[in-house]
Design a protein around this ligand. Structure first.
Ligand SMILES: *Cc1c(COP(=O)(O)O)cnc(C)c1O
Length: 436
């Protein structure tokens, strides 16, 4: 592949970036150092990304857990173009639009138990959760139980970065600083701990990442936990909010996570993979009884929305992504690749610097340790160093502390999976031999 950009141009891009931009979850003092030359991604195709010099990398974390069918997919591209030729955006306040209506019908029939439910659109995972929390608060007020005003979430949970969503967050490094500004929520480690809480009828809702916690380091819940949680919620009339922002759209091996335990939540937050990883769009699915409580006079209205709610381009991309699940039989074809992935991870687990590996469908969390099996000193940030080294072996991914995350697009082939796991092994060798 030829160089499509002149170095002078990209130099000025990185210059501009380093002079004017502020990156998420990034220590900018390090970013801004002269030695650091950021990768500028200029194009993508399938599971691959290309930088300013024409180097290609496997997108090992699906561009932060969003991409599903690959980059630059002609079918999704075409769907967006077709919508673009009609109209890019119109308000959803007092108006509707074609792709939003079509997508609403599709999502409610796709998610088991929501055939008579409703879809409330927003822009990202955090807002999908934010509005679910506000809906829950207003719901209990409307049906005459305003004392239900507390939320339960889990230790090491991650539900987004807005003030409300982050009030539920259980990752101390991200959220502790703001704890005095968050609304109080009840944080538990397990279902057992939840069952011990006094006075459960004070709770409005429990929020959970079903089957697996993502930011916690790809940590699966015990099998059956979700089903038992549903029963506990039902016993006390508490709403169950499923955060399927990471797990949705095939990531765990099935279209959604909750149906694996035959659980129907009261609300479901969908975002990341909703548009195939193309555009920022989120959808919160809401069960019928909640919706009905809001019907009546103006005082019962849900006063919530964003300027770009139900963006037609995003909805068109989401429709195209759902088409592809059918046309390319994405879920069916994923099953054998999940087995290959398991075998490759099993091989990787024999590396002296690999401790535990947790795999859930097409998601893996790989814990790394020193060759003597002790943890790396946290201040070395070895996970980050390994991911930087992996770039030299054609893999881009991001760690969570000393857990390397591997969750490529669902279109990733068996050969590409092998490249990814071997890149991690080689990167580990590079980093460990360098530091000893
Ligand atoms: C990414 C994520 C969020 C937040 O979504 P954003 O689109 O980044 O705001 C919430 N919950 C889970 C489980 C996530 O993985």
């Amino acid at each position: 592949m030829g160089h499509t950009h002149h170095p002078e141009i990209t130099l000025s891009l990185t210059d501009l970036d380093k002079r004017h931009l502020w990156h998420p979850f990034t220590q900018m003092a390090e970013w801004d150092t002269p030695e650091h030359e950021p990768l500028v991604i200029v194009s993508g195709r399938g599971s691959w990304l290309r930088d300013q010099y024409g180097n290609e990398y496997l997108d090992g974390n699906s561009s932060i857990w969003t991409n599903i069918h690959g980059h630059n997919h002609p079918y999704i591209n075409e769907a967006i173009r077709r919508q673009l030729d009609k109209v890019a955006h119109t308000s959803f306040l007092g108006l509707s639009n074609e792709p939003a209506a079509l997508l609403g019908g599709r999502l409610t029939s796709l998610y088991p138990g929501f055939a008579d439910g409703r879809v409330f659109y927003s822009d990202n995972g955090s807002t999908a959760i934010e509005l679910a929390l506000k809906l829950a608060i207003q719901f209990w007020q409307l049906i005459g139980e305003p004392q239900r005003r507390e939320f339960v979430s889990f230790e090491r949970a991650y539900h987004g970065d807005t003030m409300g969503a982050s009030s539920l967050g259980g990752v101390p490094a991200f959220f502790e600083r703001f704890s005095g500004f968050h609304f109080s929520s009840c944080r538990v480690a397990s279902l057992e701990e939840l069952e011990l809480l006094p006075d459960p009828r004070r709770f409005a809702a429990v929020v959970i990442e079903p089957l697996v916690q993502g930011v916690a380091g790809m940590r699966p819940w015990p099998r059956g936990m979700l089903r038992d949680l549903r029963q506990w919620c039902d016993r006390y009339g508490i709403l169950l909010i499923a955060d399927e922002i990471m797990t949705g759209f095939g990531r765990t091996g099935s279209m959604f996570a909750c149906p694996q335990e035959h659980v129907v939540p009261d609300m479901v937050a969908l975002a990341k993979g909703l548009t195939g990883g193309y555009l920022p769009l989120a959808a919160t699915l809401i069960a019928r009884p909640i919706y009905e409580a809001f019907l009546g006079d103006a005082s019962r209205t849900f006063y919530y929305g964003h300027s770009y709610t139900a963006n037609p381009l995003g909805c068109a991309a989401a429709m195209a992504s759902l088409d592809l699940f059918e046309q390319e039989r994405t879920i069916e074809r994923l099953a054998p690749k999940i087995s290959v992935f398991r075998k490759l991870l099993n091989d990787l687990s024999r590396h002296p610097c690999v401790a535990d590996i947790r795999q859930i469908g097409f998601i893996a969390g790989i814990d790394i340790v020193q060759p003597d099996a002790t943890s790396f000193p946290p201040e070395n940030r070895t996970g980050a160093a390994v991911c930087m080294a992996a770039r030299r072996h054609r893999l881009i991914t991001r760690p969570i502390l000393d857990t390397i995350v591997l969750m490529p697009p669902l279109c990733t082939s068996e050969d590409e999976l092998a490249l990814a796991t071997s890149a991690i092994a080689q990167a580990l060798d590079d980093v460990v031999s360098h530091s000893t």
